[in-house]
Design a protein. Structure first.
Ligand SMILES: [Zn+2]
Length: 298
């Protein structure tokens, strides 16, 4: 068994994971900002997990965290939403000192992609994360593809509209501005339920503006799937991230958009991207599972 921690901007989710990806125990805690805050939040989650297991935690901890990660040193920087700036924060060493465990640190998207690989059993996949932003992770022939500069799968910043808005990356009209949680929130501001759930519910009720906004969003996600299909031709494309909590209605809208894109193109139709696109099963903590099991993969 191993411990996996998924550190997000609002929550730290921890889980004790068996070899096949079975979740033995889970705990969560609000994320406190800054190096000391992150370490304290993580320590609290580990204490909660240990309390549920009679005090004994497995001695291997894997962490998925946003930002730039140096896996060899176990350090992280530029995790802006966590209050970690340009200095390298030695998370693995600090946590190993506190816990006595061996600690591996991985970028959160890579960890979630590995979790999708474990949960789906697919050896060749793209994991399309629809969170605040849009990015994909890749496991190709069983190996995690990080890229020469760690930028593999950053398709959210492929510009698709020369007349589009300015993106936080400095380019104009990036795909992320059309197909992400932020894009949904901008198109369909909602109070209470998350924007994506509210948008899909309103569209299902027949609201014409919601149907138009849903279909624009789904077409953007289909663009992302098509990019992945044409660039790396993975066996499956698995959609995850916060927006994926919408569930089957999201998959139905995206696969409908993929079929519409393929209708005039025998070339695209032959790739049958619609039937290769899926959602992760259930509400499994994919980031924590991947962080626990990724080890030195890739
Ligand atoms: Zn961009």
């Amino acid at each position: 068994m191993r411990v996996g921690l998924d550190i997000g901007a609002t929550k730290v989710l921890g889980a004790v994971i068996g070899d096949g990806g079975t979740v033995v125990a889970q705990a969560r805690q609000d994320t406190l900002p800054g190096p000391d805050g992150v370490l304290e939040s993580v320590t609290t989650v580990l204490d909660l997990l240990a309390a549920g297991l009679d005090g004994a935690l497995p001695p291997h901890i894997g962490i998925g965290i946003p930002g730039i990660v140096d896996r060899k040193r176990g350090t992280v920087s530029h995790a802006v939403n966590l209050g970690l700036g340009g200095d390298w924060f030695p998370l693995a060493d600090r946590l190993a000192d506190r816990s006595g465990a061996s600690v591996i640190v991985e970028n959160d998207l890579n960890a979630a992609t590995w979790g999708a690989h474990v949960l789906s059993g697919a050896d060749d996949l793209a994991y399309l994360a629809l969170g605040t932003g849009l990015a994909a992770g890749l496991v190709l022939s069983g190996t995690l593809r990080r890229g020469a500069h760690g930028a593999a799968g950053e398709i959210g910043h492929v510009p698709v509209d020369p007349a589009g808005g300015l993106c936080s990356c400095g380019q104009r009209g990036c795909l992320e501005l059309l197909a992400s949680g932020s894009a949904v929130a901008a198109a369909w501001p909602a109070t209470g339920a998350p924007s994506a759930e509210a948008l899909f519910a309103a569209a299902a009720d027949g609201n014409p503006q919601a149907i138009a906004a849903r279909d624009r969003f789904a077409a953007g996600v289909a663009d992302a799937v098509r990019m992945l299909g044409l660039a790396v031709d993975p066996a499956v494309i698995i959609i995850g991230g916060g927006v994926a909590h919408v569930g089957e209605p999201l998959l139905a809208a995206v696969t409908a958009a993929l079929r519409a894109q393929a209708a005039p193109s025998p070339f695209l139709a032959a790739l049958d991207l619609a039937s290769r696109t899926t959602l992760l099963p259930g509400a499994a903590p994919v980031g924590a599972i991947g962080a626990a099991l990724i080890g030195n993969a890739g």
